[in-house]
Design a protein around this ligand. Structure first.
Ligand code: HEM
Length: 302
């Protein structure tokens, strides 16, 4: 935050008085204070003039690229809300004997917590169906192709390890999705199958007991319980590190909420996609966020 003029004046007075006092071998006299006042006035005037010139400068423009359509952002939002709800209401059941879980159920009753777990489950199932339908659209198919694992991902992974260990100075060059982002995407498929499959068996256990032997339900509960912990750790350690705590984006990347990525981050994090877009684009402005194929750099006031 910029200092207010009164605060600035106070600081300058303190600094100049200390500087002068260091040069003198006697306490500051009235004449010294008059000198200090003059010097403060001069430095204050210069500083305020510098600030005014700075403010009058035209704001630098920063270019942004549209990275995610509204559809993708909305899917991610529902998925995030659903999963957080499931984690917050599921883990206290798993660790029901611990003090924090008992306190949780004291604040939010067990009944409400179980109800919220089913609300979260419905959101997760809903967004899963939504995503399958999205994959039938042209945009969905295009994004899916980009997310398919390729041999290059393995080489990128090895190169990144070398880079991070200081054995190479070259970072791998990623395209639209890095192997890290692809891993995030495919881990959700695995998690969805296990959690929805076992969760439905637990939810409709009477019906399930009529269809399968009891040990199937026991396996479902074990799988649900263990995969829940694995999913929570994967989200907190892998996903949140890459999207939030990684120093290059800390405190968080807002791209999944705004859909936009700065040109600087685009060049650093997706250089191959950037080069491809530049090679295929003419300088006309972006024609809308749904059309990634015709995506262009958008100039915006930062
Ligand atoms: C990220 C997703 C999910 C997480 C992290 C999660 C977490 C958990 C955990 C930790 C438990 C306690 C298991 C135990 O007894 O040790 C649990 C129970 C349960 N979960 Fe989930 N779950 C998820 C998704 C789902 C889904 C999709 C459904 C339903 C389709 C579901 C339905 C249930 C049911 C019915 C129970 C039994 C407890 C009760 O009756 O309330 N869960 N969940």
């Amino acid at each position: 935050m910029t200092e207010k003029p009164e605060e600035l004046q106070e600081r300058l007075t303190r600094e100049i008085a200390t500087e002068l006092q260091a040069e003198l071998d006697h306490p500051l006299t009235e004449a010294d204070w008059a000198r200090i006042k003059e010097a403060v006035k001069e430095r204050l005037r210069a500083e305020l003039a510098r600030r005014a010139a700075e403010a009058a400068k035209p704001k630098e423009t920063e270019e942004y690229f549209v990275r995610f359509s509204f559809n993708v952002r909305a899917q991610h939002f529902v998925l995030a809300v659903g999963v957080l709800l499931l984690i917050f209401t599921g883990l206290p059941i798993k660790f029901h004997e611990s003090a924090w879980a008992k306190y949780f159920f004291h604040v939010i009753s067990l009944e409400l917590s179980r109800l919220l777990h089913r609300v979260g489950a419905s959101l997760l199932i809903g967004v899963g169906i939504w995503h399958m339908l999205y994959l039938l659209t042209a945009e969905g198919r295009r994004e899916f192709r980009e997310l398919l694992p390729r041999p290059k991902d393995l080489f990128d992974f090895l190169q990144n390890i070398k880079y991070l260990l200081g054995l190479s100075r070259e970072r791998p060059k990623f395209g639209r999705f890095s192997y890290i982002e692809k891993f995030d995407y495919w881990a959700v498929y695995w998690g969805m199958v296990i959690m929805i499959g076992s969760g439905l068996l637990l939810w409709f256990h009477n019906l399930a007991l009529g269809l399968f032997p009891k040990y199937v339900l026991d396996i479902a509960r074990e799988a649900h319980s263990d995969e829940a912990l694995l999913a929570t750790l994967a989200i907190v350690i892998w996903h949140w590190y890459n999207a939030h705590f990684n120093p290059s984006v800390f405190p968080m990347s807002t791209t999944i909420f705004t859909g936009k990525i700065s040109k600087k981050r685009m060049i650093e994090e997706h250089p191959l996609e950037y080069e491809q877009l530049m090679a295929s684009s003419s300088p006309s402005p972006s024609e809308g966020e749904e059309s990634r194929g015709e995506e262009r750099a958008e100039a915006e006031q930062s």
